[in-house]
Design a protein. Sequence first.
Length: 398
Amino acid sequence: MTQLQTNPQINTVGIDQISFATSKSYLDLAVLAERNGIDVAKYHYGLGQELMAVPAHHEDIVTLATDAASRVIGEGKRNKISTLIFATETGIDQSKAAGVYVHRLLGLREDCRVVEMKQACYSATAALQMACALVARHPKEAVLVIASDVARYELDTPAEATQGCGAVAMLITAEPRIAVVHPEVGNYTEDVMDFWRPNHSKTALVDGKFSTEMYMKALVNAWNYYQKNAGMAFSELDHFCYHLPFSRMGVKAHRKLCEHVQSGLSREQSDAQLAASLEYNRVIGNSYTASLYLSFASLLDHGKDLAGDNVAMLSYGSGCVAEFFAATIVDGYQQHLHSDIHERSLLERVALSYEEYVEYWNYPDPVDGEEVVIESHRHHKGPVLRSIRDHKREYAIN
Ligand code: COA
């Protein structure tokens, strides 16, 4: 809050509402560990993951996005939304933006622009920054930013335990009730092949160790540029949210940053600065571009009395693009959270057996235009993928 009060020039645009959604089923990593003959401690401590969200046939980036966004557009905000930016790296179509389906399912106004953005796990941050710029230009309007992804790696690979899925929706306005997003940023881009997904593949290819190295390098460079661009000092930042392909990555990244800035913090102090932000990711898994904002949602729902606190955000998308920026939590933010719904949605999830998980994982989309009615949709309330017919996906709200 200090910087907000002392610097009248700071832009006040930011996050007015935030909510997430994930699949209704999950795989306990203890089940995967037993199946693969691996000590479960590797998953629990080595990766920092316990459960992995697994989408059923009727769930995808559109249904998750619609579910998350349905909570952030209430209270008379729906008609203020002039743009919907949908960030994903697991698009369902090479041409049509997934957000167009969401636009219809949410009943947004017809003079709302909709577009899809991609740059691995980074694109939601580009979407957020562009949304802030649009709102700064037209302060009476709101922009809906949705990050939604299904993280998929091949079965029986080291990356298998780092799958997951989720969507985070954020409403960006000029009078935000959750957090003001600061305009100062530090970016870093380098052309590398640490993680990618060719058009012919339904699963990502990843050089996991190299990706971790690139993440660290990009973090340090983004931080250095953030400092060069008049960003806050390390000591002014109260909490840290990281892109979390697995939650242990955030712990490692933060220790690296502490070392880089010579913070003088002990490991316990350093780990405490991000503990609350890891909770959701530990039980959902990777949600690619949504993961940083799931980490922020976790901090909001689990952190104690954050009003006035400065939160650092590190966005990393393989390939690679990174961004370091910060936000300040607004007074009274607690009244605008959806913490109870989030907690309930996680508690109500169904645990899958290994065989059910593999069945979900293998479920093929028809490639010849044949009609497939997705029977599982009949047992679920909310947004669902009902069928695929003539190569067209048919969504509805049950
Ligand atoms: N108890 C506790 N920890 C254990 C353990 C045990 N029994 N067995 C292994 N571990 C630890 C290892 O020491 C290691 O920790 P460290 O990294 O701190 O050294 C960690 O578990 C991972 O094990 P390791 O064998 O090194 O890695 P892996 O071959 O299983 O692969 C990833 C791990 C993360 C590289 C792999 O899951 C991956 O590629 N995931 C995808 C990552 C991604 O999405 N990147 C792109 C976006 S940023």
